[in-house]
Ligand binder design. Structure first.
Ligand SMILES: [Zn+2]
Length: 47
């Protein structure tokens, strides 16, 4: 994941998370499923 100003960004889908835990979970999901999990991205920061 990419870390930027206290936020963590999934390098697969580009969603931003305040919590590293969710960013890494998102990446793990995106990498193995090639899509995003609604359960994970609902924890993303809204743009
Ligand atoms: Zn992702």
């Amino acid at each position: 994941m990419v870390r930027k100003k206290g936020k963590y960004i999934c390098f697969k889908c580009g969603f931003e998370y305040a919590d590293k835990k969710w960013a890494s979970r998102c990446e793990a999901w995106c990498s193995s499923h090639n899509s995003c999990s609604m359960e994970v991205i609902k924890h993303a920061i809204r743009r």
